[in-house]
Design a protein around this ligand. Structure first.
Ligand SMILES: [Zn+2]
Ligand SMILES: [Zn+2]
Length: 240
């Protein structure tokens, strides 16, 4: 069993704390014994490559992706394997994100930083806008890249598939569903029994240093890899 936290924001997310740099996140992952972390900045993958590079050195497997805001204002986690697919996902996000300049004073910094915490890039457009693609379009695109698609914090009262649509669309191919860290999984499943066929994960949705370590999902994996994670998510009833 490997501890996985598949929902971590960095300093690239406007709501992410300035301390959430690549080196800091990998150090925290090691401190809390997390073998796998998913990097999920809002509508951008641009911080992933550097965190993966550091993670590879330090023995933390980094799943690269983003937390995408659909046009229905639903948050979904998307992960892809390899640099080529990551670039395709980034092009898709750039093409579909509205060109609204970020107001740093109001929303916060959107920075890409390297291992030495030097600023490489400042993202100009506000990353927390909704992109102009539906949840179904995003799911199909992510799966066309062989990716992993997980509706995020589905029990949340805002920006979740249940808050925005009222139900999980029957044709949607989710690799797992994420519940918020304080959710009672059994009660939620009793109330939403039609979701029983899906695997449930819990993640930190960390935006601040103090968010780490409390919540994770144990995945039944010997050696972490993208495919091993995808397969582990496909097995029902993970211990949480
Ligand atoms: Zn979210
Ligand atoms: Zn998030």
């Amino acid at each position: 069993m490997i501890k996985a936290d598949l929902h971590v924001h960095t300093v690239l997310s406007p709501c992410g704390d300035i301390e959430m740099t690549p080196a800091f996140i990998i150090a925290k992952a090691k401190e809390f014994g997390l073998g796998i972390i998913g990097i999920t900045d809002h509508n951008s993958t641009l911080q992933c490559a550097e965190i993966k590079r550091i993670g590879d050195k330090e023995g933390v497997f980094v799943l690269c992706g983003a937390e995408i805001t659909t046009k229905e204002e639903v948050h979904v986690l998307a992960f892809v394997d390899g640099q080529e697919n990551l670039e395709k996902l980034q092009v898709y996000l750039t093409d579909h994100l509205p060109k609204i300049p970020n107001n740093v004073g109001f929303f916060g910094y959107q920075l890409v930083v390297n291992e030495k915490e030097e600023i490489i890039k400042e993202e100009e457009y506000l990353l927390i806008s909704a992109i102009d693609q539906s949840i179904e379009q995003i799911e199909r695109f992510v799966h066309s890249l062989g990716g992993i698609f997980i509706p995020a914090h589905i029990d949340k009262r805002q920006n979740s598939v249940l808050s925005q649509l009222g139900f999980l669309p029957p044709g949607l191919k989710a690799d797992a569903l994420e519940l918020t860290k304080n959710a009672d999984t059994d009660t939620f499943m009793l109330q939403n029994s039609y979701l029983k066929k899906y695997n449930i994960i819990k993640s930190s949705d960390a935006h601040f240093p103090g968010d780490f370590g409390e919540v994770y999902t144990k995945l039944n994996i010997d050696t972490p890899s993208f495919n091993a994670i995808k397969e582990a998510l496909a097995i029902n009833k993970l211990p949480i």
